[in-house]
Design a protein around this ligand. Structure first.
Ligand SMILES: N[C@@H](CCC(=O)N[C@@H](CS)C(=O)NCC(=O)O)C(=O)O
Length: 203
């Protein structure tokens, strides 16, 4: 039995999407942040970092959203990682890049805009974070000039993990209109039944 901790509207979201892509049966365990449940003794036993997502699969526990997704693909739908060493390499490359390079400025802006009360919000922090986005987004857009998906002609975890980070642009109201290839790529991704199921869970 698989249990995913956390809400689909948090960093756990990309794991819900992957669970839908691989067709695994799973249960969700909500974590009450307001009650500080993520810092409770019981929760820290499953993730000593006190963060969601955490995935428990039988007697195996794993945390970090990208790590969880790589595990789920490897175990339940290996072709989602790609079918050649090169495609698999690109799945790892884009997963690590998107969480390590693209997500930090997006989260910086997101925290200011969503969590920091207006009177304490720093426009400087928001603008500095947003200023880092064009070159990062161009990296994706340029790659998509030559191929439909990030690791070639088929959808892989490279796309899922990267698109799950690009989604944060919507949450901070950052327009992607000028990135024509990213827009077409997101359009193709939005037609995936597993993506639609994940989005429904976020409603
Ligand atoms: N790099 C981690 C980030 C996880 C993360 O920051 N989760 C947030 C929810 S979106 C959290 O649990 N925050 C609680 C805290 O930082 O105390 C991942 O992708 O799994």
């Amino acid at each position: 039995m698989i249990t995913i901790y956390g809400s689909p509207r948090s960093s756990s979201g990309r794991c819900f999407w992957t669970l839908e892509e691989v067709g695994a049966e799973y249960a969700n365990k909500p974590v009450d942040f307001k009650a500080n449940e993520h810092k409770s003794e019981e929760f820290l036993k499953v993730n000593p970092n006190g963060k969601v997502p955490v995935l428990v699969d039988g007697d195996f526990t794993i945390w970090e959203s990208m790590g969880i997704n790589l595990y789920l693909a490897e175990k339940y739908k290996p072709e989602l990682l790609g079918t050649t060493p090169e495609q698999k390499g690109l799945s790892y490359q884009w997963s690590i890049w998107s969480i390590g390079e693209l997500q930090p400025p997006l989260i910086e802006a997101f925290i200011q805009l969503v969590f920091v009360p207006e009177e304490r919000r720093s426009e400087e922090v928001i603008e500095k974070a947003k200023a880092k986005l064009p070159s990062l987004l161009n990296t994706i857009d340029t790659t998509l000039c030559n191929s439909k998906y990030l690791a070639g002609s088929v959808f892989t975890l490279a796309d899922l993990n990267t698109a799950s980070v690009v989604e944060i642009c919507d949450l901070i109201g950052y327009s992607l209109e000028e990135y024509k290839n990213i827009s077409a790529w997101r359009g193709a991704i939005s037609e995936r039944p597993a993506f639609a199921k994940y989005k429904k869970l976020c409603e």
